[in-house]
Design a protein around this ligand. Sequence first.
Ligand code: MF3
Ligand code: CO
Ligand code: CO
Length: 271
Amino acid sequence: MHRAKTGFLNKDGIRIHPAEDFVGMRAAGHLTARCLDMIIEHVKPGVTTGELDARIQAFIEDGGATSATIGYRGYQHASCISINHVVCHGIPGDKVLKNGDILNIDVTCILDGWFGDSSRMYVAGKLARRDERLIDATHESLMLGIAAVKPGNTFGDIGAAIQRYAESHHMSVVRDFCGHGLGQVFHAAPNVLHYGRAGSGAVLEEGMFFTIEPMINLGKPSTKVLADGWTAVTKDKKNTAQFEHSIGVTDDGCEIFTLSPAGKFHPTRGA
Ligand code: MF3
Ligand code: CO
Ligand code: CO
């Protein structure tokens, strides 16, 4: 169905949405978050990533939505499942989860024309102490980035907050992938960098919708894409983690569209 885009583009080419557009984003984000809650109990040693993806696809379709990733630039799955040193865009398939694996599951639903994009970390079996620190620091860096979101602040304030926290914990920020505007489209302006200088970049305005989705590495920031054209891995093969929320800027801060209704966004601490 074709529908005219609402709102207008500001001077930086970033769409400013009217208040009523929050309703659609809330519904799409909520379905995405419920999907990511649903899959928690299925993540365990012995299961394949393809089985998880099939459950995710069925959940999205049962919810009256479609997957934004199926058919996106030739991608054929309802999720990206990125294990251990896979940074993002891991392709679900025959890979079997083993004890101690950490994984990111990233889902984007389209509900009534609105996009909800979120990802979280999951653990198969027993979590190693080093990976627990990585997951905690990555989650905290996202939440600090979100805390920097309010009208008048800049996108550089978001990146700086994330980078400062990650690097103070002797971890590194991936530079090769970023967050993005979204709404009635999957990827729109601006690129939301997870590093940078406070006060730099476009100014945040009420009505902007975008994701923040930092990828934080235990080792160096460099990544490479494997021969399948999708799977991005750390060059040094050290583990990496990512959390992603879709948010909308409000008059005094932001609304997180993809909050976990079960309070299980963080795999061990909840929230
Ligand atoms: N959901 C991802 C993001 O956060 C994009 C995945 S595109 C895919 O932007 F084709 F790899 F699924
Ligand atoms: Co995204
Ligand atoms: Co995503």
